[in-house]
Write a protein that binds this ligand. Structure first.
Ligand SMILES: [Zn+2]
Ligand SMILES: [Zn+2]
Length: 419
């Protein structure tokens, strides 16, 4: 019989890895909550038109990568390839219920794109994103960027670079496009086929081309930040001043672009040197034109999305913060077992993930079990320890050991192992 394995590009998340995902998800909830964002859960399936309108008919996502099929009524539906369109759709649909602007949402969940499953590219991948809808003030850009910076700091990922740029607006974009066409026009023979198409449709996207021959030409192309209108220029300066006031480091990346027309003003990426060529961990920007493009009143907005799979690659594989088990209790002999078994229940009620070994099993065998379960700490209670009224707590990573009084076992253990 044919084996019923998962589809190509789709992946099971198993224990050992799934705890790490849950730990990050919990850090997302705590951090985004503190920054004033509320969770939003939108359906995974939407009308195809939502994405063709928001992402653009001529993008790779819409042309080649969407999971689109006919619903039972014959109308085309699509598994969401990204999160922003659905959030904006929900914002518009429930606009009358949303009293306070700006509306601040965050989401985490699966997205679907039919990509060639090369290294690290899944067809069901996961994103965390945040959107601020209804405010043009550059302070919102700074708030969003401070959230992003702090989040990575909180989960312990350092050596990231915040790159920012400004893409201008409907006033200053056309002259910038013209400047780009002026620059690239003389070098069309050297640009790749895709870039020749982009030259007419959207020359900004040439700046994003991954082909080495195009990249070489791009280096000296005009920068959007030098073509900003007065309003966009003031906005960009205010964002930089705001970041500096929070002591958040950033660099201006003069050719950082977003491929879609509704992106305006601030664009940004969080990049790392530790993932090879695919170096953006998070990306976003201001999209003041999207709400209107989806049929709403002109409404400014800004947001970002980060890829969970890439983020996971940057975290250590096993870590005490999300290792499978916090404490493994090793009782040696029946008396020891009877003494510590109620403590196991108490620990669990204190949210400390704990297991206990078999009382009849030898020390070596129980320690092996603790290792298999990836226990952060082991509590050893043997006959000798019982007599002395003490148990031994061992940190499995540092191999350090401390003695804990038996009469105060629960408090003693918690004081040692709670981070
Ligand atoms: Zn402008
Ligand atoms: Zn190219």
């Amino acid at each position: 019989m044919e084996k019923l394995n998962a589809l190509k590009g789709f992946k099971d998340l198993l224990p050992g890895e799934s705890e790490k995902w849950e730990w990050v998800a919990s850090a997302v909830r705590k951090t985004f909550h503190a920054f004033g964002f509320s969770p939003i859960r939108t359906p995974i399936l939407e009308r195809t038109r939502l994405f063709t309108r928001s992402i653009g008919e001529t993008t790779d996502i819409v042309e080649k990568e969407m999971y689109t099929f006919e619903d039972w009524d014959g109308k085309p539906v699509t598994l969401r390839p990204e999160g922003t369109a659905s959030v904006v759709r929900a914002f518009l649909e429930h606009r009358h219920q949303i009293l306070a602007l700006p509306a601040k949402f965050y989401y985490q969940g699966p997205m679907f794109r039919h990509e060639r499953p090369q290294a690290g590219r899944l067809r069901q991948f996961h994103q965390v994103g945040a959107e601020i809808i209804g405010e043009i003030d550059p302070e919102q850009d700074v708030e969003l960027l401070s959230l992003l910076s702090y989040f990575f700091q909180r989960i312990g990922i350092s050596d990231l670079t915040l790159e920012i740029n400004s893409l201008g607006c409907t006033v200053c974009r056309p002259p910038y496009r013209a400047a780009l066409q002026g620059y690239f026009g003389a070098q069309l023979d050297t640009l790749c086929e895709d870039c020749n198409r982009r030259f007419h449709q959207n020359p900004l996207r040439i700046l994003d081309c991954k082909k080495e021959s195009c990249k070489a030409i791009t280096t000296d192309a005009p920068a959007s930040a030098n073509h900003l209108c007065q309003e966009c220029d003031a906005h960009f300066k205010a964002v930089q001043e705001g970041l500096s006031s929070l002591k958040l480091p950033f660099v201006i990346s003069k050719h950082l672009v977003r491929g879609l027309d509704y992106y305006t003003k601030t664009a940004f990426e969080m990049t790392t040197q530790n993932l090879g060529a695919q170096n953006a961990v998070a990306a976003g920007g201001r999209y003041d034109g999207l709400v209107e493009a989806l049929g709403g009143a002109s409404t400014p907005a800004i947001g970002f999305a980060m890829g969970m799979e890439r983020l996971m690659q940057l975290l250590p594989e096993s870590d005490i913060r999300y290792s499978a088990l916090q404490l493994f209790i090793v009782p040696l002999g029946e008396a020891a077992h009877q003494h510590v078994f109620p403590v196991l229940y108490d620990l669990r009620r204190k949210n400390i993930r704990s297991e206990i070994g078999k009382s009849g099993a030898a020390l070596k065998k129980q320690m092996k079990q603790a290792d298999r379960l990836n226990a952060a700490f082991v509590l050893i209670v043997g006959e000798q320890e019982m007599e002395m009224g003490k148990a031994v707590l061992r940190n499995m990573k540092t191999k350090e050991q401390v003695e804990i009084e038996l009469f105060n076992l629960l408090e003693g253990v918690i004081a040692q192992i709670s981070p």
